[in-house]
Design a protein around this ligand. Structure first.
Ligand SMILES: Cc1cc2nc3c(=O)[nH]c(=O)nc-3n(C[C@H](O)[C@H](O)[C@H](O)COP(=O)(O)OP(=O)(O)OC[C@H]3O[C@@H](n4cnc5c(N)ncnc54)[C@H](O)[C@@H]3O)c2cc1C
Length: 198
């Protein structure tokens, strides 16, 4: 089956570009957030001696350790992705057939992904690399070279319902999470909903 007018989001490019915009406006700090440094006052939040009106946690799978939202129904799911250089493969289609083969330009393709529900860490593994390559070989018959291999944890939740809410006790602390396997699609709508719900 061929679906026309399909699109994909270059999420790293989007995030890096937006970070640059925020940095140019002096609106972003890139550092590890330390929960214990947060002080909650009646109307404001104090973090490292700076006052904020609200805090919204968007920490992906790390939120399973968030002390403000301790009982979230996470069922995290690890996935791995390969970047392959495939000089002879046409770049005009996204192929989706047990795995996806996504053209990124310059004959580089993203090959993904697997769903692993029981895992030890967030590191790429040789086993999944071999499985992805084996699926790739059933779809394409041309030479390729693997140039990168990454793994990450999807912040999936048991009932598949995204976590998008304000704290019951501290009204200016919110969370946006549980985006699971479709984060890029769901995030804008849910971010809007969170603000409307405040
Ligand atoms: C292999 C794979 C393939 C995927 N494919 C798709 C797809 O095709 N389409 C789609 O829509 N979604 C896809 N997803 C899912 C999507 O990536 C997730 O839903 C999305 O990344 C979740 O966004 P998030 O912002 O909640 O979490 P993340 O993207 O995990 O972002 C959380 C950020 O918070 C930071 N952070 C955490 N704790 C702290 C701290 N204490 N201090 C500072 N920073 C902190 C992390 O470093 C990270 O940068 C895929 C995921 C994986 C793993």
């Amino acid at each position: 089956m061929c679906i026309s007018m399909g699109h994909f989001l270059k999420i790293k490019l989007l995030l890096d570009s937006y970070k640059n915009v925020l940095a140019s406006e002096n609106k972003i700090q890139t550092e590890k957030f330390i929960y214990s440094a947060l002080q909650i006052q009646d109307e404001n939040i104090l973090y490292n001696d700076v006052k904020y009106s609200h805090i919204i946690f968007c920490e992906g799978s790390a939120a399973s350790l968030n002390p403000f939202f301790p009982a979230l129904p996470f069922h995290l799911c690890k996935g791995e992705i390969l970047d392959a250089y495939i000089p002879e493969l046409k770049e005009e289609y996204i192929i989706n057939k047990s795995i996806y083969i996504l053209p990124m330009g310059n004959q580089i393709f993203k090959i993904g992904s697997n769903f692993e529900w029981d895992f030890k860490d967030d590191k790429p593994t040789e086993l999944i690399k071999q499985q992805l390559e084996s699926s790739l070989q059933t779809i394409i018959k041309c030479n390729y070279e693997i140039i990168n291999h990454q793994a990450a944890i999807r912040p999936t939740v048991k009932n598949r319902e995204p976590i998008c809410m304000w704290h019951t006790q501290y009204k200016n602390i919110g969370i946006l999470n549980g985006l699971g396997t479709k984060g890029a699609l769901l995030a804008p709508l849910l971010a809007k909903k969170l603000l409307v719900d405040f």
